[in-house]
Each structure stands twice: as structure tokens, then as C-alpha cells.
Design a protein around this ligand. Structure first.
Ligand SMILES: [Zn+2]
Length: 476
């Protein structure tokens, strides 16, 4: 109804300017003044013939009446206040509806509109609760599972971007990434004063990507960060409207970055060759493209089902066995909480993801077969140390193990989780031994999607971000 409100105000504006009363205009247009009043108040849509008579009577064109601009600044404020009070969010509050009459002081009007704008911003910001965040994450994973973790549109965009700079294989250099950024009008700037809460910042207005200094180690991390920033432009991402939108954008941006670092044509050719030779190995894939083991494993989940006709699973767990990220389309019985979320749940201690921590030599992947309630899987796990210990596992159903290096491993474990007798119930005797004689304090589990809603981007402090952007914009 915003358009009718504006139209009504334009009619009233031009009528007053022409010095006509409602009665006089009604007489000129052969219409009841009450009908004109309804139109001026935005409550009725006039027929075109009536609009033509009104326009002629007040001495303007029909186009002048239909202009989408409010006739004056004051009208714009009044329209915005009326619209805000019509919103479901405001009506839910059960507060009175204020009519912005001529006698309402300008500053009252502006204060009210300002409050409504802020209410709206906070409502849309939305991260609200960790439960909502977890649900959004679970829904996104379900959608990606339906698509076999494969986004053909993003693949194509990445393929075009990489081809445009003449890159055809091997590791993507930082110089090439900079060239790719320039093609979408962005310049990479290294800076060591990024906001503490942000890994990278993009200034769309001045076309700059701020990332940490190149001297900071981290494998392909900086190239990936820069490419994720480029993805914002290529994928035309706007400020996320809610947490689910934020998650989707983040997923697409990292997908785009991975698809640039490991472009589909060369990556698929590499994997098909490894499959023919029956020696698929994530560490070879990783080394061929100069990326981290985690990036290679995730990229494998994009391509394995779509191009190698292979269902599979991916699990990243922390040293204590809690899941930090997981994907499966091969039926692996991942532990789930009541909402269907898997992050933060603990995997079976007999799975490869945890058995790998028990090894003394961890320079190579750990291979094992795992018997579960959903069949036998072949799994390959690499452990690593970041801020804390973690492991990256890629696994496939037994029938697919024949394509993988490490398939001759004698290691075999049996898991009956989620049955509590599998690995969660204390061993016989020990429960009685310690009953009533022990106490322990749980380690606080750093939930991946727990909260941090300071601003538009979950976890990133808006004030810090805006101060940073302002400070750097002044340098330009
Ligand atoms: Zn178990």
C-alpha cells in the first residue's frame, strides 16, 4: 500500500498548491469529496479517468501524480512511520498506532522513525538463538546432501574465472589470485590491523579486499580468503537478510574459492586417473593443488558423487571426538541431536576419525574398515594440529574401497553406536568401583554455531568493522 500512500500525498500536495478545497476539487472532477479524501489518505485506488480529471484540475500531468517520490521530505517521514506501524512486528507489540498529523513535531516524527528502523534492523539481524542457528545449519546440510554437495552453477563461474587468467593446472599462485580480483574490480591490500573479529574485510565502495600480511603462514589460507572475497562480487552477494542467508553465502563463497583453487576440469581429470589406477588418496589430491588436507577432502566431497559416481562421507572431529563438520550421502550413521544437528556431537570411539589419534606415527593417513549398523565403510584419516588437535576423515562404503590407496589395511573396527553398550557405557566393574567417589567438571565445549551476534556478520563486531573501513577509506 506504500504506492497508494505516496499517490494520495501527491494528490493532496498538488491540490493545496492549487488552492483547492476537497469540495472544490470534487466539483471539478464530478466526484464526491469523501471519495477524494479516501484517495488522499491512501485508502482507495483511483481509476485512471479520475486521475486524469484530478491532474487537469490541479494543473499537473498524470505522470506528476504517479511519481513514486513523496512530495516533500516531511511526507516521506510520515509515510515511513505509517508503513512501519503497519508491519506485523509492530502490530504484535499491541502498542497504539500514532497518526502523523500536521501537529506532530518534526523531531518526534524522526525519533519514531529512527526507532522503527532500528527495531527492523535488529529483527532482521536474526541470529537470535543458537537453536535457530543450528537449525539453519542443519537445513543447509540437508539441502546440500540432496545436491550431492555439488553446485554446478558455482563450478561454472569458477571455471570461467580461472580460464580468463589462463590458469590451467597445478597450484594457483597468489599473483594469479590478485589478477582474478582485479578482473572484478577489486585490489588485494595486506594489512596487519584487521578487526580482531574478522579474517578478511571487503570495501565495496573503493574496491579493496583487506587480508592479513602475506608473511603469516597458513598454506593456501590467504589465497582462499582473497577468493572468498572475490566470490562476494562474482556471486553478487548482498548483506545477508538472516542467519540462514549468511550461512548460504558463506558456503557458496568457500565453494567458489575451492573451485578456483582446484578447478573442476583438472581436478576431475586428476581424480579419474587416480580411480583408473585404483589409488585415490586425498593426500595426493592435496599435494597436486597445494592446498590443505581439509580443503582437498572437502573438494573431494563436491566432485566424488557427481563425477566419480561414488557416495561418501566426510568428518572433521576435535581431539575429544566432537564433530566440527560432517557430510554424508553414503548412509554413515552420524550422531545427531534432537534437532537433527550433528555439530558438537561425539563420534564413536571406534571410528577411524578417533582411532587415528591413537597412532604414534601420524605423518601418513590412517586407514581402516569400520563395521557399523549401516554396513562396512573404508575410511582414511589424517590428523592435524591447529589451535587444537583435529582429524579429517574421508570414507566410502566397502564396495567403493577398491578405488582407494590403503585398501589393503588389516585394521578393522566394529561400532554399534548409537547403542550405548558400544563405547559409551563404562566398562563392567569400573562403574561400581567409582560410583559416589568421583567428581569432574566438564570442559566447556566451543559450539561452532553458538551465538556471537554482534552485527550483520555473525561473530564480527560491526563497530570494529566500520571503524576499520573508515580508517582505511581515509587513506585512499
Ligand atoms: Zn561406539
Amino acid at each position: 500500500m506504500a504506492e497508494l500512500a505516496t499517490l494520495g500525498r501527491r494528490v493532496r500536495h498538488f491540490r493545496s498548491r492549487a488552492g483547492l478545497t476537497l469540495d472544490q476539487l470534487g466539483h471539478a472532477c464530478d466526484t464526491a469529496p469523501s471519495q477524494l479524501s479516501l484517495i488522499e489518505n491512501g485508502k482507495r485506488e483511483p481509476r485512471l479517468s479520475l486521475l486524469e480529471s484530478i491532474a487537469a484540475a490541479v494543473g499537473v500531468s498524470v505522470a506528476d501524480l504517479l511519481d513514486p517520490q513523496a512530495p516533500t521530505g516531511r511526507d516521506a517521514w510520515e509515510i515511513e512511520l505509517e508503513r512501519a506501524q503497519d508491519s506485523p512486528a509492530y502490530r504484535e507489540l499491541g502498542l497504539p498506532r500514532l497518526r502523523p498529523s500536521k501537529t506532530m513535531p518534526e523531531e518526534t516524527l524522526r525519533a519514531l522513525v529512527g526507532l522503527h528502523r532500528e527495531l527492523d534492523r535488529r529483527a532482521r539481524q536474526a541470529v537470535a538463538t543458537p537453536e535457530q542457528a543450528r537449525r539453519a545449519n542443519t537445513e543447509l546440510r540437508a539441502r546440500m546432501r540432496e545436491m550431492d554437495n555439488y553446485l554446478p552453477d558455482v563450478e561454472l563461474l569458477a571455471e570461467e574465472a580461472v580460464a580468463a587468467v589462463g590458469h590451467s593446472g597445478g597450484a594457483l599462485t597468489h599473483r594469479t589470485v590478485a589478477e582474478m580480483a582485479e578482473r572484478v574490480g577489486l585490489t588485494i591490500v595486506h594489512t596487519d590491523d584487521l578487526p580482531h573479529s574478522a579474517r578478511a574485510v571487503v570495501d565495496m565502495e573503493h574496491g579493496r579486499i583487506y587480508i592479513p600480511p602475506a608473511s603469516i603462514p597458513g598454506g593456501h589460507g590467504l589465497r582462499s580468503l582473497a577468493l572468498q572475497a572475490v566470490a562476494q562480487a562474482v556471486l553478487e552477494h548482498r548483506e545477508p537478510v538472516d542467519y540462514a542467508d549468511f550461512l548460504r553465502q558463506r558456503l557458496e563463497a568457500s565453494y567458489y574459492a575451492a573451485a578456483c583453487l582446484m578447478p573442476r576440469p583438472v581436478a576431475v581429470a586428476f581424480l579419474e586417473e587416480a580411480k583408473r589406477a585404483r589409488r585415490i588418496a586425498i593426500d595426493d589430491f592435496r599435494d597436486a593443488f597445494g592446498v590443505t588436507h581439509e580443503a582437498a577432502a572437502l573438494r573431494f566431497t563436491n566432485l566424488a558423487t557427481a563425477h566419480l559416481e561414488m557416495p561418501l562421507h566426510y568428518v572433521r572431529v576435535a581431539g575429544d571426538g566432537t564433530i566440527q563438520g560432517a557430510y554424508e550421502n553414503d548412509g554413515l550413521p552420524l550422531p545427531l541431536d534432537a534437532t537433527g544437528s550433528t555439530e558438537g556431537e561425539v563420534v564413536c570411539r571406534f571410528w577411524s576419525a578417533r582411532r587415528a589419534f591413537a597412532r604414534t606415527t601420524r605423518t601418513t593417513e590412517h586407514y581402516q574398515y569400520t563395521d557399523t549398523s549401516a554396513g562396512t565403510f573404508f575410511e582414511a584419516t589424517q590428523t592435524g594440529i591447529g589451535a587444537e588437535e583435529y582429524s579429517i576423515t574421508v570414507g566410502v562404503p566397502y564396495a567403493e574401497s577398491k578405488w582407494f590407496r590403503g585398501r589393503e589395511t588389516p585394521a578393522r573396527e566394529r561400532s554399534t553406536c548409537p547403542d550405548v553398550t558400544c563405547c559409551r557405557r563404562p566398562q563392567d566393574g569400573l562403574a561400581e568401583r567409582w560410583h559416589g567417589k568421583s567428581w569432574a567438571s566438564p570442559r566447556v565445549r566451543p559450539y561452532l554455531f553458538a551465538p556471537l551476534p554482534h552485527g550483520t556478520y555473525p561473530g564480527v563486531d560491526d563497530r570494529e568493522l566500520h571503524e576499520f573501513l573508515q580508517a582505511h577509506a581515509e587513506e585512499i
